[in-house]
Design a protein around this ligand. Structure first.
Ligand code: KG4
Ligand code: ZN
Length: 338
């Protein structure tokens, strides 16, 4: 009998559903909430309301696209956390109710693990154990991945996530939220060595990104005093220089983590893994250090339900199911899952 999983993601501002049949992801339907653009960040209340409107439509579209009936489903996998409580509750309550009505199991998925397990959507998949640099709007972590279930965080940010540093920097430059992709785009034709930004020196495998964001703030303030059109005239070089230092901080810690653990299978995951320069730098480092690198397709970097559906498939094989009394965990970590 086939194992047919429905995956649902609603932790932040994407409502998404995906069908996975025997480990093969059939589709990845995403409704993006553009409403947050005008507010310069995700507004939790608006996110929950938009999820309410979209959830049935995306699930219906995923089912129809894969020619699957509700009665064909073996289980439903859903993001339990971390994320915005109101946003999580929409997908989570929907998934639990549907599983209850269909009398099938549901599976709790940790969003940060799902970003990593997105590597199992396509082949070749990484071989355990591997290291994954997980970089998103809310997290920056180096994770040692021993299995689909057992993962250990070796280092993480002590303040802002790198995606936040991209987005807050982009806001200072006048880009709408989320500005990370805009920095990526303008940096492509800029000179990364033109403006120096100080990189934080944090111990061990941890990161800090609040300092560089502040240095961009002061840098812009000083230049704008002398020249009010400084940003427009130098946007490419500012983006390239700022981005270069963000990526350099990530890469230095990744090299240390590989050195300390002796692991040479290196992956990146999460929204910032869509950054073209980060992808390029990882390939260059892989050549230099003889790593095998794993870089997800763009559509599986930012939030999506395909990564939840594939996680559900892997957990289904391990008989790892949720209880109908479980609740979303906005501050879910790798340690407080149970
Ligand atoms: O994983 P994700 O979709 O959502 C969270 O779980 O946070 O990541 C979103 C983050 C945002 O900060 C966004 O600006 C960033 O990923 N991002 C990028 C790029 N594409 C998305 N940052 C830099 N370059 C990109 N191309
Ligand atoms: Zn995410």
């Amino acid at each position: 009998m086939k194992t047919i999983l429905l995956g649902i993601e609603s932790s932040c501002d994407e409502t998404s559903a995906s069908i996975c049949i025997d480990g093969k992801v059939m589709n990845n339907i995403i409704a993006t909430q553009s409403i947050h653009k005008e507010y310069g960040g995700v507004v939790p209340e608006l996110a929950s309301r938009a999820h309410q409107k979209n959830i049935i439509l995306v699930v219906d579209s995923a089912l129809k696209g894969a020619q699957i009936k509700l009665s064909d489903l073996s289980a439903i996998a859903v993001t339990q956390g971390p994320g915005l409580l109101g946003a999580l509750m929409v997908g989570y309550s929907y998934a639990k109710s549907l599983a209850f009505a269909l009398n099938i199991p549901f599976i709790n998925v940790n969003h940060m693990k799902a970003h990593i397990l997105a590597h199992f959507i396509e082949t070749p998949a990484p071989i355990f154990p591997f290291l994954c640099l997980t970089v998103s709007g809310g997290h920056t972590q180096i994770v040692k991945v021993d299995s689909a279930i057992d993962m250990v965080v070796l280092g993480s940010t002590i303040d802002d996530a790198v995606g936040e540093a991209f987005d807050k920097g982009a806001k200072l430059l006048g880009f709408p939220y989320p500005g990370g992709p805009q920095i990526d785009k303008y940096a492509a034709s800029g000179n990364p060595d033109r403006f120096p930004f100080s990189e934080s020196q944090i111990k061990d495998l941890n990161f800090s990104f609040s300092g560089i964001k502040t240095s961009l703030l002061y840098f812009l303030r000083d230049h704008l005093k002398k020249n009010p059109t400084f940003i427009e005239e130098n946007i490419e070089d500012i983006c390239a220089s700022y981005q270069k230092h963000l990526i350099s901080m990530l890469m230095k810690k990744l090299v240390s983590a590989a050195g300390k653990t002796g692991i040479r299978q290196i992956a990146i995951a999460g929204g910032v893994a869509a950054n073209k320069e980060l992808r390029k730098q990882l390939k260059l480092l892989s050549q230099k250090h003889n790593w095998t690198s794993y870089i997800p397709e763009f559509e599986y970097c930012t939030d999506n339900a395909a990564m939840v559906a594939i996680s559900g498939h892997l957990y289904f094989q391990n008989d790892s199911f949720g209880n109908l009394t479980d609740a979303p965990k906005p501050r879910m970590t790798f340690e407080n899952e149970k």
